[in-house]
Write a protein that binds this ligand. Structure first.
Ligand SMILES: Nc1ncnc2c1ncn2[C@@H]1O[C@H](COP(=O)(O)OP(=O)(O)O)[C@@H](O)[C@H]1O
Ligand SMILES: [Mg+2]
Length: 247
């Protein structure tokens, strides 16, 4: 299995080198757990260390807010955008605009805006820029549009298959509401090639963050919970340390 380095050393160590190339990986975690930071770091490292172009599809927050949130990390995102090494597609209007959604030259009625429309945008932009790394952040609001389990399954499968067909390695984030240990496994987790979960523990009033690779098809990986921290230059994973959950 060809692997693709995330550029986050501790995480690459847990993966035995990197993510499986060309596959769809889910990143699940609660609000503020670091899903966006990890995803952007994956894209940023791709450009700066491997000269691989990245596509970031913003579904959760607008690109303006995204850039504001990430402005303290010392990543020159605007430079990468100017060089067309990193393209940020704003898909966030999907949640708020009542009549239509514009993606560059493509305008979509809200009623028509379904997973397939999003897929078309991702396909087009990925091909245009030759993206090797794709991030979709996050699909939670989109899949909530499918209360019916079989429709949701089909929509998620369509998305995963389309992204996989493009040959890019993708990180797709989802929001977890229940704590990671108590949650029900969601349809999209069964359908993805890999699942990385962010956990948060409260130990005597102290917040402990831990990351776990729950599944990664085709890769012999670390299954343990490993602590991670968010610093001002991004996420760092401590792949040799363990986490003792109090439960
Ligand atoms: N400069 C920083 N230094 C340390 N931690 C930070 C910094 N900026 C943000 N954070 C942490 O990152 C969290 C947000 O991460 P983010 O990737 O946006 O979460 P998610 O996408 O999972 O909601 C914040 O809750 C905060 O704890
Ligand atoms: Mg986020």
């Amino acid at each position: 299995m060809k692997t693709i380095s995330t550029g986050i050393k501790g995480l690459d160590d847990m993966l035995g080198g990197g993510l499986p190339s060309g596959r769809c990986i889910l990143v699940c975690g609660g609000p503020g757990s670091g899903k966006t930071i990890l995803s952007v770091q994956f894209l940023y490292n791709g450009v700066t260390e491997y000269n691989e172009t990245g596509l970031y599809v913003a579904l959760g927050e607008s690109p303006t807010h995204l850039k504001e949130d990430l402005s303290g990390f010392g990543w020159d995102i605007e430079r990468l955008e100017k060089d067309e090494k990193l393209v940020i597609v704003d898909a966030s209007p999907l949640r708020t605009i009542p009549r239509h959604v514009n993606f560059g030259k493509v305008s979509l009625g809200k009623q028509d805006f379904r997973m397939l429309s999003l897929i078309e945008v991702i396909k087009r932009r990925t091909k245009e820029i030759g993206a090797k790394r794709v991030v979709i952040d996050s699909i939670s609001s989109l899949i909530l549009q499918y209360p019916d389990e079989s429709e949701r399954r089909n929509a998620v499968l369509d998305l995963f298959e389309a992204v996989t067909d493009l040959g890019a390695t993708s990180l797709i984030t989802t929001e977890l509401r229940a704590t990671a240990l108590e949650r029900e496994v969601q349809t999209e987790e069964f359908l993805s090639h890999g699942v990385i979960v962010f956990h948060t523990f409260n130990e005597g009033g102290r917040l402990i963050r831990a990351i776990q690779i729950e599944k990664m098809r085709g890769i012999s990986h670390d299954h343990q919970l490993r602590p991670y921290k968010i610093y001002k230059n991004g996420i760092e994973v401590f792949s040799k340390e363990s986490v003792l959950a109090s439960t």
